[in-house]
Ligand binder design. Structure first.
Ligand SMILES: Cc1ncc(COP(=O)(O)O)c(C=O)c1O
Length: 315
């Protein structure tokens, strides 16, 4: 074992996550399925990567200066990550979120010192109107003097953080990645990773995923669902048709069943978007067959959802 030397600060603990092969849930005669454990980032999701790149690129441009307040509309994973970065770098952070999202995430943002503004969701679910309403509130707040809207759904700097993840994958899977799939929210992760996996003459089949209950990419309309972070109901600005090959809509119930299997059989505790990723990765792996490699991502830790129904056996 190589000892890891002390890091300069906790921001350097972002990334360099492990990748593991699934050994129990993959049927016979399938391709190998590897999962990158992004749940091991400091706030428990891959959003730490984009929060850092978005803040640091704005600093470099001089649009974000000491003493300013960062604003963002978020379901909570981006909010937790931005709250963490802002705490380390000394910025104020106002987050617009909703009671449709896990209380654990709302409390995490507050724990890092964020000012949390809640947009109420009458159904308790993510509906197609919820994120636009949160974005409108964030836009209104960011008009105030000294406020800066990070705007994850339109900000191309999110891609920079995820390109690092793509580079790690190239190093971790030197035999080559035949297919990569990931569920889409703002699309930063899939697009950022795809620029690397499809770069410099490399061949990798990239599949975007969404909940079947909110099929904006596969069918052109959004809907109500309970898969936090994805299925935002509209096409995000960073989505680039040149960077993916196809898209699949996955039933969210299947994703939840997979989360419970991942926990009990593989020892991977992750949220519903990860269940979605693995359900799709297994389908792709069966299609490709032995000798091929499919990679997907554990987006976040299931610790964020243990108070909710995700892991209830009778669910
Ligand atoms: C838990 C979770 N999974 C997946 C995603 C989707 O990632 P992206 O916004 O990069 O498409 C998000 C985004 O918020 C998320 O919070």
């Amino acid at each position: 074992m190589t000892a890891q030397m002390p890091l300069r600060d906790v921001l350097d603990a972002i990334g360099n996550t492990p990748i593991v092969e699934l050994t129990k849930v993959v049927p016979a005669n399938s391709a190998r399925v590897l999962v990158k454990l992004e749940s091991l980032n400091p706030t428990g999701s891959y959003k730490d990567r984009m929060a850092r790149s978005v803040i640091e690129e704005a600093e470099k441009r001089g649009t974000l200066k000491p003493g300013m307040t960062v604003v963002e509309a978020t379901g909570g994973s981006t909010g937790s990550a931005l709250a963490f970065i802002c705490a380390v770098k000394g910025y104020n952070f106002t987050v617009v979120s909703s009671d449709a999202y896990a209380e654990e995430k709302l409390k995490t943002m507050a724990a890092f010192g964020a000012d949390v503004v809640i947009v109420h969701s009458p159904s308790g679910k993510v509906t197609k109107d919820l994120i636009p309403a949160m974005q409108a509130k964030a836009a209104e707040i960011s008009k105030r003097e000294g406020y800066w809207n990070a705007d994850q759904f339109s900000n191309p700097d999110v891609l920079i953080g995820y390109q690092g993840m793509g580079k790690e994958l190239l190093a971790q899977v030197p035999e080559g990645i035949d297919a990569f799939c990931g569920a889409v929210g703002g699309a930063g992760m899939t697009m950022g990773v795809a620029t690397v996996l499809k770069g410099k003459g490399r061949q990798c089949h990239v599949t975007l995923l969404e909940p079947a209950s909110s099929p904006a990419i596969t069918k052109g309309y959004g809907g109500q669902h309970s898969v936090e972070g994805v299925g935002i109901g509209f096409l995000p600005k960073v989505l680039d048709k040149a960077l993916y090959d196809d898209a699949m809509a996955i039933e969210e119930d299947e994703a939840r069943v997979m989360c419970r299997r991942l926990a009990r059989e593989e020892g991977i505790l992750a949220g519903t978007s990860t269940g979605l990723n693995v359900v799709a990765a297994l389908q792709i792996a069966q299609r490709l067959g032995p000798g091929k490699v499919v990679v997907t991502v554990a987006c976040d830790t299931g610790l964020k959802y243990v108070r909710g129904p995700l892991y209830d056996t009778d669910n």
